[in-house]
Design a protein around this ligand. Structure first.
Ligand code: ADP
Ligand code: ADP
Length: 222
């Protein structure tokens, strides 16, 4: 049984072939690190698996459902209902406080504002970030931003958590903190985790490492 699968996906940006017929399958509950040199297609793979982007050829499946053929609205809905995503620099909404940022996915999911804020506050507490609930992103350190970003990604109880260099901008102590937060919440909820990373520390925590080179799995010909 697989939760996520890419079948011979290809994606080009102009003349750059970012993915060149890549296939991979991920099991439910697995923690997978996607590694490889800069430019090898890691972010593009994550964008295709999470439905942010559509490959030009090949297929993407999530829980038995074809993802790449869905239109933009359907892929957005799938992401909101099933996936949580963490980016390198948090990508929090600058005008909102930390707790409002964490509550945002719940508001999109049609929860009432008061309930959303209460749940978000609880998630921030679990993240050891209760004291910064009222702060705006510009007032936060890199590590604090990422803890808020992780709390936001987890707030809807996603089946899959995608993270693109979640510790890439952090020192090793802050990085370890963010990583353990992400992985302990994922394990508790039996969520599947796909982390794009350069960080050996992250790869060491993963159940499995997928190494990319030139848009395919290392050692696999295009
Ligand atoms: P990685 O995450 O391994 O660094 P990426 O998937 O970001 O690799 O990029 C793979 C290749 O595709 C790189 O050569 C990158 O410059 C190129 N690329 C990625 N996104 C775009 C884009 N939006 N426009 C043009 N080129 C892109
Ligand atoms: P991340 O740190 O999340 O991998 P990047 O900094 O690689 O993000 O890329 C940020 C955005 O710019 C992405 O949407 C990516 O597709 C795009 N991008 C990456 N490489 C290029 C490129 N060479 N030309 C244009 N856009 C790019």
């Amino acid at each position: 049984m697989t939760v996520l699968e890419a079948r011979r996906i290809e994606k080009a940006f102009g003349r750059t072939r970012a993915l060149r017929g890549l296939s991979t399958a991920i099991e439910p509950g697995e923690v997978v690190a996607v590694t490889g040199p800069s430019g090898s297609g890691k972010s593009t793979l994550l964008h295709c698996l999470s439905g942010i982007m559509r490959p030009e050829t090949g297929e993407v499946h999530y829980a038995g459902q074809r993802v790449d053929t869905l239109d933009d609205a359907a892929r957005t809905r799938l992401r909101r209902e099933h996936f949580g995503i963490v980016f390198q620099f948090g990508r929090l909404v600058p005008e909102l406080t930390a707790v409002e940022n964490v509550a945002l996915p719940l508001l999109f999911d049609r929860h009432g504002r008061e309930e959303a804020i209460t749940v978000a506050r609880g998630r921030l507490e679990e993240a050891g970030a209760a004291e910064i609930a009222g702060a705006r992103p510009t007032e936060l350190s890199g590590g604090e931003l990422q803890r808020v970003a992780v709390a936001r990604a987890l707030v809807t109880g996603p089946k899959v958590i995608f993270a693109d260099e979640p510790t890439g901008a952090l020192d090793s102590v802050a990085g370890e903190h963010v990583l353990s937060l992400l992985l302990s919440a994922a394990r508790r909820d039996s969520a599947t985790v796909v982390i794009v990373t350069h960080d050996n520390q992250v790869a060491a925590y993963a159940d499995r490492e997928i190494v990319l080179r030139d848009g395919v799995m290392a050692g696999v010909a295009a």
